[in-house]
Design a protein around this ligand. Structure first.
Ligand SMILES: [Zn+2]
Length: 426
């Protein structure tokens, strides 16, 4: 058992909306069912999420895009729907086909990450988990790469009400382009993405040379990897880069997108991680003991994705899981071995030690050039805001009330095991 306060975001409608996302059908149910089957809900505070308001969504998205989404009611034949040229202008076609009641789905998904962020703001959680969030490709004016809404940027904007400097880490096999673009000019949000970068592989951005623009220069780090990267490569790169970025940037809060498509055997990923690789990175983040938001993301092998996010939930709560998957409604999907492990690939990791060392040296050089200014030479930390400029919760609550249509009163009941549903009341 860890002594962290861990919040787990859940809501029936949220699961239903995520289940019908075309790229990840039924995945949300499988993830939640496996977490439940292992009894992990007894070790977290389950918080019921509420939908994002229009003003929450506008923290990132344009009116035009949001208003276009509102036009979609029930679509009787989603598979047969032909996107109009206007739909396609908003990215609604090809990999993000229009779905029924799209605005409601988007508000519900974004709301789950906003709820998680609010749990950190209100000190209800040290770590907040929302496996239904993590849609890192969506941009201000439209959908992209299976992502209809960028809940991550909206959650980060919510966190900024209290935390000045936020580190965003993206572990998905795809480059976190939507979040990076949102903070290209920012020095208060540092974006760090590890991803596969190969000719023709989506989205094609995230080169090591991309380090931010103007005032944001240096506050962006991309670590491109070649195909089939293994746990050993990833852990080594992450350990070095995260340690350097953390000590130079000294974030007040950390957001991690834990996209599961870098797992071995993902049908579109082409990387070779196992649960061990992800767990070791998340453990390093947890060791910093900063308010942390863990989000989902890609992951197109549903059962492996469920195994990973269940294992990470257990890691955060300090619970050891049995290797044998417990029987539950999706149990048949875990055959033929019915075990929690994800087997590594037999393919060779083509990332050489020289390549990784060279990339690390470039990151180091950029950090010392742009972040290690005179003020942090001695000691090697920035002026801490938390001790010198405390922001009491009352002030934060006022700010939240001012900008959100949601009433932030929280009703909760604590028992020995804290398994009750905490609810944000409308
Ligand atoms: Zn992905």
């Amino acid at each position: 058992m860890s002594n962290r306060k861990v919040v787990y975001i859940w809501e029936e409608k949220l699961i239903q909306h995520c289940d019908r996302l075309p790229a990840v059908e039924k995945r949300a149910s499988m993830v939640h069912s496996l977490i439940t089957a292992y009894g992990l809900l007894n070790h977290v505070i389950v918080v019921r999420s509420t939908p994002a308001t229009y003003s929450d969504l506008k923290l990132f998205h344009s009116d035009l895009y949001l208003d276009h989404l509102k036009r979609f009611g029930q679509i009787d034949d989603e598979d047969g729907y032909m996107p109009t040229p206007e739909d396609e202008e908003y990215g609604l076609g090809y990999d993000c086909p229009p779905i029924s009641n799209m605005y409601e789905a988007v508000a519900t998904i974004a709301g789950s990450s906003v709820t998680a962020a609010k749990c950190l703001l209100l000190n209800l959680a040290d770590v907040a988990i929302n496996w239904c969030g993590g849609w890192h490709h969506a941009h201000r004016f439209g959908a992209e790469g299976f992502c209809y809404v960028n809940d991550i940027v909206i959650a980060i904007e919510t966190l900024k009400l209290k935390y000045s400097d936020i580190l965003y880490i993206d572990l998905d096999v795809h480059h976190g382009n939507g979040v990076q673009d949102a903070y290209n000019l920012s020095k208060s949000v540092f974006t760090l993405s590890f991803h596969k970068c190969e000719a023709g592989f989506y989205p094609g951005s995230g080169l090591i040379e991309d380090i931010g623009t103007l005032k944001g220069k240096g506050y962006m780090c991309n670590f491109p990897l070649h195909a089939f990267y293994s746990d050993a490569t990833f852990e080594y790169a992450f350990d070095n880069v995260f340690t350097m970025v953390y000590s130079c940037f000294m974030p007040d809060a950390i957001v991690v997108q834990c996209g599961a498509d870098a797992l071995a055997h993902d049908p579109i990923g082409g990387a070779g991680l196992t649960i061990r690789g992800y767990s070791s990175c998340i453990q390093k983040v947890l060791d910093k003991r900063k308010p942390t938001l863990l989000l989902g993301g890609g992951g197109y092998n549903n059962s492996n994705t469920a195994k990973l996010w269940t294992s990470l939930t257990a890691l955060v709560t300090g619970i050891e899981l049995d290797e044998i998957i417990p029987e539950h409604c999706f149990w048949m999907n875990y055959g033929p071995d019915y075990t929690l492990s994800v087997q590594p690939l037999l393919c060779k990791d083509v990332n050489t030690r020289e390549y990784i060392m060279h990339a690390i040296s470039i990151v180091k050089e950029n950090l010392s050039k742009y972040l290690q200014t005179d003020e942090i030479v001695e000691p090697l930390v920035k002026k801490r805001k938390t001790d010198e400029d405390p922001k009491p919760n009352s002030v934060i609550s006022k700010k939240l009330d001012f900008r959100s249509e949601n009433n932030m009163d929280v009703q909760y009941e604590v028992t020995d095991k804290t398994v009750d549903i905490y609810e944000f009341l409308d």
